[in-house]
Design a protein around this ligand. Structure first.
Ligand code: R5P
Length: 315
């Protein structure tokens, strides 16, 4: 079976292929001068796409990733259903339909934070993107999505997977934390899972977001005096959440503070800001980023196994 990828998740697709012991094929991707995207399944990959189920690994971030994902799904659907007609008359123009067999693995689901209608008239962006993608594949695997319930009721099955076991192992091997902190209530489940796997103390902060760049944390007594603390979150964007939490920890005596996340977006100089507040920044490979030290391959592989079982497909 094959793992496919376009331009934005090649490393993780290779890691997934290694975890599954499958082949990995890259699809051809390029941009026209006006920035519009172009994708093509190379001739030598068409047979692999048609003879076995495929897992396409692609991020819906940034916006160009959404378009690229849709174009790749379109081309894979055409190839599997045998629609090969082309103006240059290259190869057979029509082939038999080989049936279902397309899974989409989305390491970082862009737009996942717009998961509710906060004011009348807003689009629930995460749902809009999910519905579009679901109409072109047989199942979706998502990796540490911000709010899983936004994908409830999709037309295809969804496997929610997480890299927290690998993140815990990495922290244990390289940081040896005494204390894990969730920077807000939303990350409690993930961070407490890490604390449990490591066997160390855990607590959380109450965060209020004033705007995209301003965050306040409610003062809380934390037993961190003289301790090594790792803050665990699903994503780091501007770094504001982590910097404020690190401040709270230092003021209560933490001797070392690390930041760990599934998705390292690191927007607008976030790394430069973070290194002034924390001793280490650790991320998975869900997005290409300079702090990618944890492979997301095993987590995605668990999702692939789950969907194969649900869909009753043979490995
Ligand atoms: C929010 O609920 C998320 O879990 C993250 O805490 C947040 O998105 C991180 O954003 P930033 O790094 O910009 O503070």
């Amino acid at each position: 079976m094959v793992v496919l990828s376009g331009s934005n998740a090649r490393l993780l697709a290779e890691q997934l292929a290694t975890s599954l012991n499958w082949d990995h094929h890259s699809l051809e991707t390029r941009r026209f001068p006006d920035t519009e995207g172009y994708i093509r399944i190379p001739s030598e990959t068409i047979e692999a796409v048609r003879t076995q189920p495929v897992v396409l690994v692609s991020n819906t971030f940034p916006d160009s990733g959404i378009v690229e994902t849709l174009l790749m799904l379109e081309a894979i659907n055409d190839a599997r259903s045998g629609n090969m007609d082309n103006l240059r008359n290259i190869g057979p123009q029509e082939m038999n339909d080989v049936g279902p067999g397309i899974l989409l693995a989305i390491p970082y689901f862009g737009y996942s934070r717009q998961d509710k209608r906060f004011k009348p008239g807003e689009a629930i962006s995460a749902r809009a993107i999910a519905n579009l993608l679901a109409s072109r594949c047989d199942g979706i695997i998502v990796f540490d999505i911000h709010e899983p319930t936004v994908l409830n009721g999709l037309s295809v099955p969804v496997a929610f997977t997480s890299a927290m076991p690998e993140l815990a192992q990495h922290l244990q091997d390289h940081v040896k934390p005494d204390f894990i902190l969730s920077p807000d209530k939303g990350a409690i489940l993930r961070a407490s899972e890490v604390a449990e796997a490591i066997g160390c103390q855990f607590s959380y902060l109450e965060k209020t977001r004033i705007d995209a760049h301003t965050i306040t944390h409610k003062a809380k007594d934390l037993d961190v005096d003289g301790k090594i603390v790792a803050i665990v979150d699903d994503m780091i964007a501007t770094g504001g959440t982590i910097c404020r939490a690190a401040d709270a920890l230092r003021s209560q005596g933490a001797i070392e503070v690390h930041a760990a996340c599934s998705h390292g977006l690191f927007t607008g100089g976030a790394i430069a800001r973070l290194v002034r507040y924390v001793d280490g920044v650790h991320s998975t490979s869900s997005l290409p980023n300079p702090r990618d030290v944890i492979s997301g391959g095993p987590a995605l592989a668990r999702g692939v196994f789950e969907l194969f079982e649900q869909l009753e497909w043979e490995m």
